[in-house]
Design a binder for this molecule. Structure first.
Ligand code: CO
Length: 171
């Protein structure tokens, strides 16, 4: 089922998501709904809080560079993630389904080592770099109640808030 996306400045986006303890059908339905919603909105990543559920679940499905589209077999489902190591620095123009139609450069670690659980409750330890590392950090931020716009410079953030207010008024 496609769910409604929670959009900034909705306060739910500031919630710290809770650890998932049951790897049951309810979790599987949540993950399936997150996938459907993300695809419907042309996103490459989504955290559960973006559909109003404050649980530590996120999904990432990058676009294959050579084919310019997403494949479900590349989907990763991430439960209770922890970033164990980060190094390097990279800048990428990020966007977010909760801050629609706004994009800006964000600095993040280039390489990360992470642990997380899959939908069956199996633990995985992985290392990521490139866009996967960026997306993982962006989505994990959501679980801690943070958005990428918090990483903008003071002036850029001010400009963003002004434009955003104007945009919300028009709706
Ligand atoms: Co986001």
């Amino acid at each position: 089922m496609i769910r409604e996306i929670v959009v900034y400045p909705d306060k739910r986006l500031k919630l710290v998501s809770k650890e998932i303890k049951e790897f049951d059908e309810k979790l599987h339905t949540l993950l399936d709904d997150m996938y459907e919603t993300m695809i419907a909105k042309n996103g490459i990543g989504l955290a559960a809080i973006q559909i109003g559920i404050d649980l530590q679940a996120l999904i990432i499905n990058l676009v294959r560079e050579d084919e310019e589209k997403q494949f479900k077999e590349d989907l990763i489902e991430v439960i209770n993630p922890k970033i164990l190591e980060m190094d390097g620095e990279t800048t990428y123009q990020e966007g977010c389904l909760s801050v629609p139609e706004y994009y800006d450069d964000v600095k993040r670690a280039e390489h990360i080592k992470v642990s997380f659980f899959d939908r069956e409750g199996k633990e995985h330890i992985k290392e990521y770099d490139g866009l996967m590392a960026i997306a993982f950090q962006h989505e994990t931020d959501h679980l801690n109640g943070h958005l990428f716009i918090e990483k903008l410079s003071f002036l850029k953030r001010k400009k963003f808030e002004k434009e955003w207010k104007k945009k919300l008024k028009k709706k």
